[in-house]
Design a protein around this ligand. Structure first.
Ligand code: R5P
Length: 291
C-alpha cells in the first residue's frame, strides 16, 4: 500500500494511480502539548511505500511515525520515498560546531525502512548517509511538459553552475534550445545573492531559468531580474522543488517572471506537473512484490 505523509497527499494519490497500488488513509493528529501523532488505522498490507516530503520539522517526525506505524500494522517490507528531503543542503559542517544535519536525518530514517528513494537531492552524495539501499531519481525532465510549445529561441539557463545539469535535462526533454549559466555568489552571513550574467544574448528570446529548488527565491529572482533588464521576452522560473518560502513568489513577480513552474515534490500552487511517473518507474525495480 502507498502511505502518504500529510504534505505529500496529492503525489501519493498520483503514485497509487500510476502503480495500481492501494492508497492507505493516514491520520495526522496533534496532542494538546503540540506533539504529532500520525497513524494508519486501516493499514493491512504486507508491504508499505511511505511517501513523505520532509519540508518541515513536523513532517520529519510524521515520517518516522508512519514508518513505525506500518511495521506495527504488519508490514514486512517498507520503502520510504522522500520526494523533497529537507536539511539535505546541510550536508557538511560548514563552521566549527555545526551538525551534518543531512546525516543525522538519514540515520534516523534508515532505522525504519528497507529502502529509500530520493528525488533530486541537492547533492546526490547525501545518499551515502543512509545505511539502507538508496535510489536517487532525477525527475527534472518532467519540467519540460508544462512549457509552451512555441518558445521563441529558447534559452535554458541555470542560475548557478551547479544547476547546469538540470537545465540540460529540461532542454533535452523540451527538444530545442540552448543552455547557459550565470555565476552566483552568496553572502553566507546575510544570505544575499549576486549573479554575474553570461554574455548569452537574451533580448527578444524566451528564457526558462531552471534550478533544483527555489527556497527564499533570492537566487532565482536575481537571475530573473538580470534577464528582465536585458530584454528577455517571456521568463519562466522552473524548479523541481518549489519550496517558495516567505516572500519568494512576490520577489519573483517583482523581478519580472511570467510563470513559475514546479513539480509536486513539494505541493504548492505552482506544482503543475507530477513526478509520479518517474517514481513509479523507480518503484518497479523493487525486489519484492508490492501491493
Ligand atoms: C543552490 O545551489 C541551489 O541550487 C539553489 O539555487 C538555492 O538553494 C536556492 O535557494 P534560494 O531560493 O534561497 O536562493
Amino acid at each position: 500500500m502507498i502511505v502518504p505523509g500529510s504534505s505529500s497527499q496529492l503525489l501519493a494519490a498520483a503514485l497509487a494511480d500510476e502503480t495500481g497500488r492501494r492508497l492507505a488513509t493516514a491520520t495526522y493528529d496533534r496532542f494538546p502539548d503540540g506533539e504529532t501523532l500520525a497513524a494508519v488505522p486501516e493499514f493491512d498490507g504486507e508491504t508499505a511505500t511511505v511517501v513523505a516530503a520532509t519540508d518541515t520539522d513536523a513532517t520529519w517526525v510524521e515520517l518516522l511515525q508512519l514508518q513505525d506505524a506500518v511495521r506495527e500494522a504488519g508490514a514486512k517490507h517498507v520503502t520510504t520515498v522522500i520526494p523533497y528531503m529537507g536539511y539535505a543542503r546541510q550536508d557538511q559542517s560548514f563552521t566549527d560546531g555545526q551538525p551534518v544535519s543531512a546525516r543525522a536525518m538519514a540515520r534516523a530514517i534508515s532505522t525504519g525502512t528497507d529502502r529509500v528513494v530520493l528525488v533530486n537531492p541537492h547533492e546526490p552524495s547525501v545518499a551515502d548517509f543512509y545505511s539502507v539501499p538508496v535510489d536517487v531519481v532525477d525527475a527534472a525532465s518532467v519540467l519540460a511538459e508544462p512549457l509552451a510549445d512555441d518558445l521563441v529561441e529558447p534559452l535554458f539557463l541555470a542560475p548557478d553552475e551547479g544547476a547546469v545539469g538540470i537545465a540540460e535535462t529540461v532542454r533535452d526533454a523540451y527538444g530545442a534550445g540552448e543552455t547557459d549559466y550565470f555565476e552566483k555568489r552568496r553572502d553566507h552571513e546575510t544570505g544575499a545573492v549576486e549573479v554575474s550574467p553570461s554574455d548569452a544574448p537574451v533580448s527578444g528570446r524566451d528564457v526558462v531559468v531552471v534550478d533544483d529548488i527555489v527556497a527564499t527565491g533570492s537566487t532565482m529572482s536575481e537571475a530573473v531580474g538580470v534577464l528582465t533588464d536585458r530584454g528577455a521576452s517571456r521568463i519562466v522560473a522552473a524548479c523541481v522543488h518549489p519550496m517558495l518560502a516567505a516572500n519568494a513568489v512576490t520577489k519573483l513577480r517583482d523581478a519580472g517572471v511570467d510563470r513559475i513552474v514546479g513539480t509536486d515534490t513539494i505541493e504548492r500552487g505552482c506544482s503543475v506537473v507530477s513526478v509520479a511517473p518517474v517514481l513509479a518507474d523507480a518503484l518497479v525495480a523493487d525486489a519484492v512484490t508490492e501491493e
